[in-house]
Design a protein around this ligand. Structure first.
Ligand SMILES: Cc1cc2nc3c(=O)[nH]c(=O)nc-3n(C[C@H](O)[C@H](O)[C@H](O)COP(=O)(O)OP(=O)(O)OC[C@H]3O[C@@H](n4cnc5c(N)ncnc54)[C@H](O)[C@@H]3O)c2cc1C
Length: 365
């Protein structure tokens, strides 16, 4: 006998965007079921690992209002959970030639002595300029997902781990979602499937490409890796931007590159090979020379990229009861709680014109 459940909203995917949406809906009193094909803490998607970077420096001012909402939403989540989830460290973003990077209180730094004063451990390459973002910092990624899960369950959400959504059908008053354990009927379905979005949302598939991204994390507690000696940083290079996250709260310095091979998410992402690990260590040594770069963690993760690095959020034109949430391109985590609130608005009939620049409608889907 097939188990049939009902809810106001079903959320597919419990990464940062799905889990934030579930928590926001449940805290508004909605009956919400969140479903994930893997167990909590899995490493098959894009939200695992201890840390992420948050910054206000963005290449286009169109992002500024959403960045502000993101910063506010982290503050609200810290208050609701009683946890410290954001460590402010400042950020220095190095580039050759001119840069579009801008944002509240962000300043261009051309003087090398000033760069060294702002971030003594960061060896900005010769001839590079930099943008300093005083409000950049480190997000506790793992802790944030756990806090959102606690808040969601505390507000009555039903979370189902290890259950796979196989498909759905539009029905008279909503949607019928088929899983490998049964059926859920609801008024709305939110699809926050991360790297698996293309298979789940054929009308979005052409816009998305999945990349394998590698990171190295080194021993915590090294003076050269601690703020204020080191903050969030990046080096813009033709072969791919290098990003660095300082050691906050014992997490160790983490470095990665915003470039990688196209990957099929149905295949578990392969960890860095010894040669790839060596290349990451060389980059870390080049940009933070005082660090012991012996890895304590080598990890792989998935980016879901769009060509213009903008997100795809909103109802589907051919199934308005289904809301797509593909918000990655390597910079989605910081927006998690704010996007969760926005998607909860959309799922409860509240319009969000401020999301027009990342909407499904913008792309005619
Ligand atoms: C190495 C790395 C570094 C990054 N650094 C930063 C950073 O510093 N700052 C920043 O802002 N962002 C950063 N990002 C990006 C950010 O982490 C992602 O944008 C974000 O985590 C995406 O979350 P998500 O919820 O969309 O996807 P995911 O976390 O992947 O969640 C999708 C979920 O959907 C589930 N799912 C898929 N298909 C099904 C199905 N059929 N049935 C049930 N469940 C399903 C999956 O199991 C998964 O748990 C980084 C990403 C990586 C990989």
């Amino acid at each position: 006998m097939t188990a049939v459940a009902s809810a106001d909203v079903v959320v597919l995917g419990l990464g940062i965007h799905g889990m934030s949406t579930v928590a926001s809906l449940a805290r508004r009193g909605a009956r919400v079921i969140g479903i994930d094909r893997f167990v909590a803490g899995h490493s098959r998607g894009s939200s695992h690992g201890r840390t992420r970077m948050i910054r206000r420096a963005y290449p286009n001012p169109v992002w500024n209002p959403l960045v502000e909402k993101a910063v506010d939403a982290w503050g609200e989540l810290e208050r609701a959970s009683g946890e410290t989830l954001l460590h402010r460290t400042g950020g220095l973003y190095a580039h050759e030639g001119s840069s579009q990077l801008q944002g509240p209180d962000c300043v261009l730094v051309e003087d090398r002595a000033e760069m060294a004063a702002l971030m003594p451990s960061f060896a900005v390459p010769d001839g590079y300029r930099a943008v300093y973002d005083p409000s950049a910092g480190v997000l506790e990624a793992e802790r944030s997902l756990a806090a959102l899960r606690r808040l969601a369950e505390g507000a009555g959400a039903e979370l189902r781990d290890g259950e796979r959504v196989l498909g759905w059908d539009s029905i008279a008053d909503g949607v019928e979602v088929r899983t490998d354990r049964g059926i859920v009927r609801a008024r709305r379905l939110v699809v926050a499937g991360g790297a698996f979005a293309a298979r789940l949302l054929p009308s979005v598939a052409d816009l998305l490409e999945v990349w394998r991204i590698l990171t190295v994390t080194v021993r915590a507690g090294q003076p050269a890796g601690l703020p204020p000696a080191l903050g969030a940083f990046s080096v813009d290079r033709p072969e791919g931007l290098v990003f660095g996250i300082p050691d906050a709260d014992g997490n160790g310095v983490k470095l990665g590159v915003d470039a990688g091979e196209v990957w099929d998410p149905e295949t578990p992402v392969a960890p860095p090979t010894p040669a790839e690990a060596e290349a990451l260590r060389d980059l870390l040594h080049a940009y933070v020379p005082a660090l012991d770069t012996a890895p304590v963690e080598l990890a792989a993760c998935l980016y879901t990229m769009t060509e213009d690095k903008r997100f795809v959020i909103g109802p589907l034109a051919d199934a308005p009861e289904v809301i797509a949430v593909s918000a990655c391109s390597g910079h989605g985590f910081k927006f998690g709680p704010a996007i969760g609130d926005a998607v909860a608005d959309l799922a409860t009939g509240i319009e969000r014109p401020d999301l027009a620049f990342v909407s499904t409608a913008r792309r005619g889907i």
